[in-house]
Design a protein around this ligand. Structure first.
Ligand SMILES: C[S@@+](CC[C@H](N)C(=O)[O-])C[C@H]1O[C@@H](n2cnc3c(N)ncnc32)[C@H](O)[C@@H]1O
Length: 211
């Protein structure tokens, strides 16, 4: 079996591109700004943070979303811990992760190794198989598969239903895509779904809230 490090190419300097899915892990223009716009602001963060807040994610990838979240969590200076659980089928090697993150020198990369204020859990395996067994519930979801056209299995309605079942009341989800089948899947799962202005050249993204 090919390991994930063999399945990477690099574009625009240090942006990893999955050969398996033929798609970049984050925006070629500015991955960190996209994360802040789509996943943080899209979920009302940092304003909604409180002690014990739980973020869950489909697709850990480089850890960029995780580290951007840790950064604003620390800036918020709240007591207690932040939980971050991410579902990942093809974990990236540490060397590739470091190269991908090297363009964002202000991020607290040491948090990948563990930190007293952060509870990071990476659930390895296909999210379609692992998420139904998860006993947690997230306050905010980052839906960050590769593009729905290239990675449709991570956006299918059954999985969106599992996301809803693992969301706390009043919890939210955000994603960079506004693809119709993704919005319909989230709505069928019980979310109130709205389109919001997307990042950069993307006209729309999608935010969802569980009533
Ligand atoms: C766009 S990347 C995620 C980027 C990441 N959030 C970051 O901050 O770098 C999509 C991720 O989804 C993962 N993935 C694809 N299909 C999956 C599946 N069926 N189950 C779990 N993870 C999957 C890929 O391996 C990849 O790491």
């Amino acid at each position: 079996m090919q390991d994930q490090q063999d399945a990477l190419e690099w574009r625009a300097g240090d942006v990893p591109v999955s050969s398996r899915f033929d798609d970049p892990y984050f925006s070629l223009e500015n991955g960190l700004e996209e994360t802040r716009h789509v996943f943080l602001a899209g979920n009302g963060l940092p304003a909604r943070f409180r002690s014990g807040f739980h973020v869950a994610e489909l697709g850990f990838g480089t850890g960029l979303n995780f580290l951007a979240t840790v950064q604003v969590w620390r800036q918020a200076a709240l007591p207690g811990v932040l939980h971050f659980t991410s579902f990942e089928a093809y974990p990236m090697g540490r060397a590739a992760q470091r190269r991908a993150l090297s363009r964002f020198p202000d991020l607290p990369v040491e948090a990948l190794e563990g930190a007293p204020d952060i509870r990071l859990t990476i659930v390895e395996g296909d999210a379609r198989a692992t998420l139904p067994h998860w006993t947690g519930r997230a306050d905010a979801w980052f839906l960050d598969g590769f593009s729905p056209a290239k990675n449709p299995e991570l956006w299918q309605p059954d999985l969106m239903a599992q996301v809803a079942q693992h969301t706390a009341p009043g919890g939210t989800a955000a994603t960079y895509t506004a693809a119709g089948f993704v919005r319909r899947g989230l709505a069928a799962a019980g979310f109130e779904v709205t389109r919001a202005p997307g990042f950069g050249r993307k006209r729309h993204m999608c935010v969802a809230r569980l009533p």
